[in-house]
Design a protein around this ligand. Sequence first.
Ligand SMILES: NC(=O)CC[C@H](N)C(=O)O
Length: 255
Amino acid sequence: MAVVGVLALQGSYNEHMAALRRIGVRGVEVRKPEQLLGVDSLIIPGGESTTMAKLANYHNLFPALREFVGGGKPVWGTCAGLIFLANKAVGQKTGGQELVGGLDCTVHRNFFGSQLQSFETELSVPKLSEKEGGNNTCRGVFIRAPAILEVGPDVEILADCPVPADRPSITISFGEGTEEEVYSKDRVIVAVRQGNILATAFHPELTSDSRWHRFFLDMDKESQAKAFSALSISSSSRDTENLPKNKPLDLPIFE
Ligand SMILES: NC(=O)CC[C@H](N)C(=O)O
């Protein structure tokens, strides 16, 4: 069975571990770069992205995280984890923070306001229910939550939500020397998938609905199946004449 890692530097990693346990999967806490070698997929939890980035830097995790994402292993970022995975973040503290990147989007770090403007809402999630069953909505728990402002062409939108009316208007500065822009759309993106990257601005691990965890595990299974079929194609086309007849083959085979 695939081993699911949970980045355990800060934030809601215990809750993700518990959510995995509820569906019979044992997660592995990841704190060091070398531990990423032993996991097949990774959850980056919510928390506080600046603090998490400082801790990731301290443990020299960024290069290994980038390699993991770049290598196509399934990764799911929730909330601060989504910020980590974005190629671009706005609304950051002065000096910004290091990002892992990989997800072709622009994220606003505290789009929905301060801690006090945290909220819960029902989200329409047709693609999740199509795959994992259940009804067409899920509970979205937003805690000082980010939102996705823009996505690239390869990013599939899994959920969006109305911008709360009481939210103060925000001005987005797209970096030095570029125009500032007031966010004027009335809906904003809160869940996406790009290949093996899943990202949610909210916290499914804080609800009893396991479908997002199952959805991620299914991505993991699909990617394992692909890797396995690629492996069997290459091994079936290989000249097996000279292999010792009774030596059992270990899988996976790296040559
Ligand atoms: N619940 C969360 O993960 C909040 C993330 C927070 N907005 C940040 O910048 O890190």
